[in-house]
Design a protein around this ligand. Sequence first.
Ligand code: ADP
Ligand code: ADP
Ligand code: MG
Length: 460
Amino acid sequence: MTLRSVLIANRGEIAVRIIRAAKALGLRTVLAHSTADAGSLAAQLADETVEIGPPAAKKSYLNIDAVVNAAKSAKVDAVHPGYGFLAENAEFADAVTAAGIVFVGPSADAIRLLGDKVMARQVAALAGVPTVPGSDGRVTDLDEAIAIAARIGFPVMIKAAAGGGGRGIRIVGDADEFARQFPQASSEAAAAFGDGGLYIEKVIERARHVEVQILGDGTDVVHCYERECSLQRRRQKVWEEAPAIGLPDDVRQRLCASAVALGRAVGYSGAGTVEYLYDDATSEFYFIEVNTRIQVEHPVTEMITGLDLVQEMLKIAGGATLSVTQDDIRIQGHAIECRINAEDPYKGFMPAPGRITQLVVPDGEGIRFDTLLFEGYDVPPFYDSLLGKLIVRGHDRADCLARLRAALDGLAITGIPTTIPLHAALARDPSVTDGCTHTRFLEPWLETDFAQLARAREDA
Ligand code: ADP
Ligand code: ADP
Ligand code: MG
């Protein structure tokens, strides 16, 4: 069956992105939105809209019954969940399917299996993918947990099996600290994710975050090479690149092959990401998790491969086989994405919703801006602070960085503070331009180098 219509169960820039991709394929687009988003760019672009509830996400975007009822009343063929919200909720995928509607993503069983980070580690290990040294399964007993941590060697990470979005992770340095943190971690995970399950991983110091984009159609799986997302704050990605910086070709081949092996092991369908930590001192990589959805940073992969990953997802959901073979997918150039948030980088990244009085978007060869913004838009205070993503491609990384600096200088969002100055500073920082960064780089840099820039700015 070829899809004729799709309901977008999301908001913000990804809702806009999905609507554009669906329209390009000739689909009727229906946006499910909260009352706070009635005037959003996505609502203006969609062919139809259905209101699903009040601003609070729990009562709208996270309300499974409301979203499924909207899809039924709009008589759509499919539902695209975007990222965040219900995108990795197996119960939601089941409810959509039970209503006779196609869920754009992998099967509910695959989401359930890979969404549990402990089970995903086991699937990875069975598929021959190296995992971070850690506990074999969930750990419940404190004494046993401490014994495992001591065997792995401190510092270790206590991670929630159901965690995500950078939440549900803590680092502990010794057995005493472990004994204090472990019970807290469990009750916090139970409260935040409805599942108190925990596991333990060794801390990989000075690692890079490297992840492989995969696409599957239920029969075959291909990879679309890797992205690097080492610039993180609170374990959330701030700046992403493709391909990874300085990754040797033989490591790239093994890394990508391991992600494909994992995808094949579960008969993966749709777009997915296999995340790893990469230690460039030893050239070893270690699996950390799978995200069974489109990711925020997917555009950097699109920029270097020429693929449209959201269109691919929609075609696969409609029953098509993969439109590309592995040999068709090639890396051309280098791409960088900067997440532009409604946050004040000079004031501890305080969220800063409000009215956009002026918007100037740079254009030119290799420049893309995925956004929910328009002049006069009121950024609502209820949701994630992502305003848009500036994505730039160059012939190589140096060319990409030069174009990125110019593009950042040409991007103006007036009315509210944004993280543009942070990116402008990063794009000129020698460690960043030399590519010698890792997942623990950005936070201390913010306290030192960026704080110094902020003081100079105040003095001026
Ligand atoms: P990506 O993995 O696509 O790079 P993020 O990790 O930032 O991006 O996650 C995408 C969005 O989904 C963010 O808004 C993040 O807060 C949210 N998110 C991801 N997983 C969870 C989760 N388990 N619980 C709550 N929010 C989540
Ligand atoms: P989430 O589901 O919240 O995205 P991940 O398991 O993907 O959680 O980890 C998020 C980030 O936390 C990683 O990108 C990395 O920066 C850090 N991290 C996770 N596991 C480890 C580890 N074992 N050692 C060092 N850093 C880690
Ligand atoms: Mg992750």
